[in-house]
Design a protein around this ligand. Structure first.
Ligand code: ACO
Length: 436
């Protein structure tokens, strides 16, 4: 962190002395005011529910310029990574800071491939769930349970443990998501296949059966790989902050990532792709494109409680760059599968156009986010709606683990412990039961 030339001065109207606060500069993006000593100096906390203006850490992994609609992983624009690299290269970049050369890529992919199987005991654990359990309920349990199977990689303070748990998590997530799907479908689990790519292997574990040969479709493989790249990291979002906070207590990496999975599940976060697709289905059932006007009216009515899912973002006040890439992928996949006239895609395009011209959305800078189109792509690939967020979790795992390992390696890292503005009862005495 580099000190900026200027300082911030906090003054009070009650005559308390001014407080000077240091200001730090990053490489790009807003400066930060260092308030760490504020409480010691003034006896006051800052108040920022939802972290609207709070930087919780320093990080060198991902940069977002929400106004420009720019997303960089380790400095590289997401558009270049999505079109010139694959997910394994992106994982290497996020974890180690640099894109691999051909030899590093081969070694890294090989290492990940060698860890794709899960302990055979895992399937008995899975059997304890109801067949109709939500995949994210299963994933929260399974990821946390990894800590019970891999005792040699649970010490977060040991760099070797951190390295091996990172590889294990990236390698085993597709296996676990596919197992959750197969369990739900009542089909036998399909073991990983080492000659396939990361995305190809996932497709194989999802859709192959022991009855016949499954051939991976390269267009769908590439589409899935792109979904993984686009979801791989997104700086200090809710689930990543959850992983950091959980990990800050020194808990093991599997437990910290399980906390991230649980957070991602919510419809305001990773659950939005599922919610967006369900929303499109609902509009379609009510009459499709002709009903968009009525639907938009409901969205604009604050009392309706209805939101345009897949629209809006805490950071992007411009088009989410991932949404553009996802729309492109959506067209490719639908073309490959002969679904160009897919009614949901047409509905999504019409809805997007109308929303982007509507004063309500324009004035609030609400644009499509990555989830607006990712559901349509996943559905076309054959992934059931209930599994969408689990696929997101699979892809985000590398970001979570890179951020967790960065935090542990940061000399300034401390257990996360926010404070509060207390508004409850002041001290009072307990009355005898008869007198209450
Ligand atoms: N539909 C309708 N109105 C919206 C939407 C939406 N999708 N999103 C925001 N607004 C409105 C809010 O009601 C608010 O209006 P107001 O100023 O009149 O009160 C204004 O826009 C600002 O929105 P906030 O809710 O204050 O923004 P916040 O940053 O807290 O929320 C969020 C961001 C949660 C993503 C929100 O836009 C949302 O709920 N979107 C739908 C869910 C979604 O797609 N989530 C995916 C996020 S991306 C991801 O996790 C991969």
């Amino acid at each position: 962190m580099k000190l900026a030339d200027n300082k911030a001065t906090l003054s009070f109207s009650n005559g308390s002395p001014d407080v000077e606060l240091p200001v730090y500069q990053g490489t790009v993006g807003p400066d930060v005011i260092d308030i760490r000593k504020l409480y010691a100096q003034t006896g006051m906390f800052t108040y920022d529910p939802g972290f609207m203006s709070t930087g919780s850490c320093q990080s060198a992994i991902t940069y977002i310029d929400g106004d420009k609609g720019e997303l960089l992983y380790r400095g590289y624009p997401i558009e270049q990574l999505a079109t010139q690299c694959d997910f394994m290269e992106t994982c290497h970049l996020l974890l180690y800071g640099e894109l691999p050369n051909a030899e590093d890529k081969r070694k890294f992919s090989r290492t990940v491939t060698m860890h794709t199987m899960v302990n055979e005991q895992m399937q008995f654990f899975l059997r304890g769930f109801r067949r109709d359990a939500h995949p994210m309920a299963i994933m929260t349990g399974l990821v946390g349970a990894l800590s019970a199977f891999y005792h040699d990689s649970t010490d977060i303070n040991n760099p070797e443990h951190r390295e091996i748990s990172a590889i294990r998590l990236i390698a085993k997530m597709p296996t676990l998501v596919a197992m959750a799907y197969k369990y739900n479908a009542g089909q036998p689990y399909i073991y990983p296949k080492n000659d396939l790519s990361y995305a190809g292997n996932f497709l194989h574990m999802m859709f192959a059966t022991p009855c016949e040969e499954y051939v991976v479709n390269p267009v769908l493989e590439r589409a899935l790989d792109r979904i993984f790249i686009l979801h791989a990291d997104h700086e200090q979002n809710a689930s990543t902050s959850t992983v950091r906070l959980c990990g800050s207590s020194g808990t093991n990496p599997f437990a910290a990532i399980a906390a991230g999975v649980a957070c991602l599940w919510g419809p305001a976060h990773g659950g939005a792709n599922e919610a967006a697709l369900n929303m499109l289905h609902d509009i379609q059932r009510q009459g499709g494109v002709d009903k968009i006007g009525d639907f938009i009216k409901q969205v604009k009515d604050k009392n309706s409680g209805i939101k345009l899912m897949g629209f809006g973002h805490r950071v992007y006040k411009n088009y989410d760059p991932r949404a553009k890439l996802m729309q492109e992928t959506c067209k490719e996949v639908l073309g490959e599968l002969g679904l160009q006239n897919d009614p949901l895609f047409k509905l999504a395009m019409a809805l997007e156009k109308i929303a982007l011209e509507d004063e309500y959305f324009v004035s609030r800078k609400l644009y499509p986010n990555v989830d607006f189109y990712s559901g349509i792509v996943q559905r076309a690939i054959g992934i059931p709606v209930g599994l969408f967020t689990a696929v997101f979790a699979l892809a985000r795992t590398v970001g979570w683990i890179a951020q967790l390992n960065e935090m542990i390696g940061d000399p300034e890292y401390k257990i996360g412990r926010p404070r509060q503005l207390y508004t409850g009862a002041i001290r009072r005495d307990v009355l005898d039961l008869a007198k209450r």
